[in-house]
Design a protein around this ligand. Structure first.
Ligand SMILES: [Zn+2]
Length: 285
């Protein structure tokens, strides 16, 4: 009885394994088809990214509005205007003892809320480079015992602290904000021009969109990232670009500045080209 049962069992198993083999081949075929369609984003995706709608409402290029024309310039010219100086945290020390690879898909905007006199971009670089910005490391909280981010912006300069292929520790612990975004901090010390800082931030953001193929809708305030485990999971940051602690008209205005600079280096988005049939520079000259 046992033998027969085993024999039938073997036959059954043999048939099942053949069936599973066919299923596996079919799955691989379907998987390859899906991969093929994912790995080659369509041109419309690539060219329409400035016009894509943000989670927080319309962008400057939608709803029939038109962004004022600006002279076309090269991406490197815009990068030059942002005035980025590199001062990386020493490799292997302090916050860079711990490296996590970053493939940037988002850009997160913060403000420092550091109102101390002289707390400009270079002062923040000094603190980061000397390992002074400690944080309480905990499971589900800060992962490395330090705060880090990629760029600090003030009225006259941008200082870069991390390469763009390394994760910072600035938004949401082990959440998607830290895992997928580049972080910009805007200075708020006394005497620093807020408008000049915002404009420099908008220029750098536009250049980073271009450099890393990031759509405007993926330019987000820190508020966007949910900080699990906190009673107030959505931080009011950057506070002066939010309305009552949430993205609103001020955030829209900031996105329109970013969009303007993005268009200045991409010679207009396809939104306007397809609508008017002409490039931006001709429509507005
Ligand atoms: Zn923040």
């Amino acid at each position: 009885m046992c033998g027969i049962t085993t024999g039938m069992g073997n036959l059954y198993e043999f048939r099942m394994s053949k069936w599973l083999e066919k299923l596996a081949v079919f799955s691989i075929f379907v998987g390859l088809l899906a991969l093929a369609s994912c790995s080659s984003p369509s041109d419309s995706y690539r060219t329409d990214r400035a016009g894509a709608r943000s989670d927080y409402g319309a962008t400057a290029s939608s709803g029939g509005e038109v962004v004022p024309a600006v002279p076309s310039k090269s991406p490197s010219a815009l990068y030059g205007e942002a005035n980025v100086k590199k001062s990386y945290i020493p490799n292997g020390r302090h916050a860079r003892k711990y490296k996590r690879y970053l493939d940037p898909k988002y850009i997160t905007i913060h403000s420092t809320q550091n109102f101390a006199s002289g707390a400009d971009a270079w002062r923040h670089a000094q603190a980061l480079n000397n390992g002074k910005l400690r944080a309480y490391k905990s499971r589900g909280g800060n992962r490395i015992g330090y705060l880090t981010w990629h760029f600090t912006v003030d009225q006259s300069v941008v200082v870069q602290h991390l390469p763009t292929n390394e994760q910072g520790e600035h938004a949401d612990f082990d959440g998607p904000g830290n895992n997928t975004s580049l972080a910009l901090e805007m200075c708020e010390h006394r005497g620093n021009s807020r408008s000049a800082t915002i404009e420099r931030t908008a220029k750098l953001t536009a250049w980073l969109m271009y450099k890393h193929d990031i759509p405007l809708r993926n330019v987000v305030p820190h508020y966007h990232w949910r900080r699990e485990g906190l009673s107030n999971p959505h931080k009011n940051c950057p506070h002066y670009l939010l309305d009552n602690g949430r993205p609103g008209a001020k955030w829209q205005w900031f996105l329109s500045r970013v969009n303007k600079h993005y268009k200045s280096i991409t010679n207009g988005s396809s939104t306007l080209v397809s609508a008017g049939g002409m490039p931006d520079s001709r429509m507005f000259c």
